[in-house]
Design a protein around this ligand. Structure first.
Ligand SMILES: [Zn+2]
Ligand SMILES: [Zn+2]
Length: 375
C-alpha cells in the first residue's frame, strides 16, 4: 500500500515536472522572441505559459500531500487534497476561458488590437501547439493509468493551451489574409470549449466533495458480488463515496441470526474480499453484521434497547433459580425480544421455564440437552 502510494506520487510528480519544463521553455522562448519581434501578443502568450508553472507546482504539491499515508488527524487518508486541487485547477481554467472570451470580444469590436504578424510568431505558435498537445497526451496516459482526476485536469490544461495557440495561429493566418475577425472567432470558440472542460472538472470535483454515491448500476453490481458469498442472506444500506479515484463503502450484511459472532464476521471478511477482488477502486470497506433485516429500523435506530446479559440473567435467576448458573445460557436479540437458549443436562423443558417468566422482553425459550459424551 505505502509502496504503491509512493510510486503514484512519484509518477504524478515526474509527469508534471516534464510538463512544467516545457511550460518554462515555451514561456521564455515566447517572451524572448516576442521582445525581439516586437510582438505584444507573443509576450502575453509567454507570460501565460509561465503562469502555467503555477498550476504545475499546485499539482506537484497536491500529488505529494494527497498520497501521504492516513494519520491521526486524517484517518481516511489525504486523497481529498487532490479533489480540492482539481477544484482550484478547474477554477483557473474557467478564468482562462473568461480571459480569452473577453479578449476575443475586444478584438471583434476593436480590430486594431489584433495580433501582429511575423515568421517567428508562426514558428513559436506551431511549436507551442505541438509540444502542448504532446504533453496533453503524455499526461492523459498517466492520468488514466493512476485514475487521477487531478492529473487529468492538468492534462486538459495542456490541451487548452494547445487550443488557444491554435486560435493564435488562426489569427496569424487571418491577419496575413486580411481576415482580422477570423482570429476573434477562433478565440471565441476556444474560450467556449475551455469553459466546458473547466465546468466538467469543477462539477466532478464538487460531486466528490459532497459524497456523491457511485452510479446505481455499479452499486447493483457490488450487491450482486456480495450476495454470491455463501451464508449471506441479504445486504442493505450500501453507502459509497469517492476520493480521488478511490471508493470508500460501508454496508450492512444480514446473516443467519444463530451463527456465532466469529462466523458472521468471517462471512463479512469474505464479502469484503470478493468486492475488493472485483472492484479494484474500492479501497475501504466497513461492514456491519445484522442478525435480521433491520433496514427500516436502521433509519431511526432501535426504538428501545433490550437488557444486556447481566440484567437478563438476574431476571432469569429470580424465575428459574440456580439452573441459570448451572446451564449455559445463549441469548439471541431478535424481533425486538430476547430469545433464550438454555443448554443443560438437567431434565427441564421449555414449557416449564416459559410459564415462570414475566419479563416483557423475553422471547422464545429453548432448552437444549447435550447428548452424553458431548463437550
Ligand atoms: Zn472486523
Ligand atoms: Zn442493518
Amino acid at each position: 500500500m505505502s509502496v504503491e502510494s509512493k510510486t503514484n506520487a512519484q509518477v504524478m510528480t515526474r509527469v508534471t515536472v516534464i510538463g512544467a519544463v516545457v511550460d518554462g521553455l515555451l514561456g521564455l522562448l515566447k517572451i524572448g522572441v516576442g521582445f525581439v519581434s516586437q510582438s505584444h501578443a507573443l509576450v502575453a502568450d509567454g507570460v501565460h505559459s509561465l503562469s502555467d508553472l503555477g498550476t504545475d507546482v499546485l499539482v506537484i504539491l497536491a500529488a505529494k500531500w494527497s498520497n501521504e499515508e492516513p494519520d491521526a488527524n486524517h484517518p481516511y487518508g489525504h486523497d481529498r487534497i487532490e479533489t480540492l486541487a482539481t477544484l482550484i485547477l478547474g477554477s483557473v481554467l474557467l478564468a482562462v476561458a473568461g480571459g480569452i472570451f473577453y479578449d476575443s470580444l475586444q478584438r471583434f469590436f476593436d480590430p486594431s488590437v489584433a495580433i501582429e504578424l511575423g515568421i517567428a510568431a508562426f514558428a513559436i505558435t506551431v511549436a507551442s501547439i505541438v509540444s502542448k498537445e504532446a504533453i496533453y497526451r503524455y499526461t492523459r496516459h498517466y492520468a488514466q493509468l493512476l485514475n487521477s482526476k487531478l492529473l487529468m485536469a492538468n492534462a486538459w490544461h495542456s490541451r487548452t493551451d494547445a487550443l488557444s495557440s491554435i486560435a493564435v495561429l488562426v489569427g496569424l493566418i487571418g491577419v496575413s489574409f486580411d481576415l482580422i475577425w477570423l482570429d476573434a472567432l477562433a478565440a471565441l470558440i476556444v474560450a467556449v470549449f475551455i469553459a466546458k472542460i473547466a465546468l466538467t472538472l469543477l462539477w466532478d470535483a464538487m460531486q466528490e466533495l459532497i459524497d456523491t454515491a457511485l452510479p446505481e448500476d455499479q452499486v447493483t453490481a457490488i450487491r450482486a458480488v456480495a450476495l454470491d458469498v455463501p451464508g449471506l442472506r441479504d445486504v442493505h444500506h450500501i453507502r459509497t463515496r469517492t476520493m480521488a479515484g478511490k471508493t470508500l463503502m460501508d454496508l450492512h450484511l444480514q446473516v443467519d441470526p444463530r451463527v456465532s459472532v466469529s462466523e458472521g464476521h468471517e462471512i463479512g471478511c469474505w464479502v469484503a474480499a470478493s468486492i475488493r477482488a472485483q472492484f479494484q477502486e474500492i479501497t475501504d470497506i466497513t461492514f456491519h453484521i445484522d442478525p435480521e433485516d433491520d433496514a427500516e429500523m436502521d433509519q431511526e435506530g432501535p426504538t428501545s434497547l433490550r437488557p444486556l446479559r447481566r440484567e437478563v440473567l438476574e431476571c432469569l435467576r429470580a424465575d428459574w433459580g440456580p439452573l441459570v448458573d448451572d446451564a449455559q445460557i445463549r441469548l439471541h436479540y431478535l424481533r425486538g425480544a430476547v430469545d433464550v437458549e438454555v443448554v443443560t443436562s438437567q431434565p427441564v423443558t421449555a414449557d416449564v421455564l416459559k410459564s415462570k417468566s414475566r419479563a416483557v422482553w423475553l422471547g422464545r425459550v429453548t432448552v437444549l440437552h447435550p447428548t452424553v459424551g458431548d463437550n
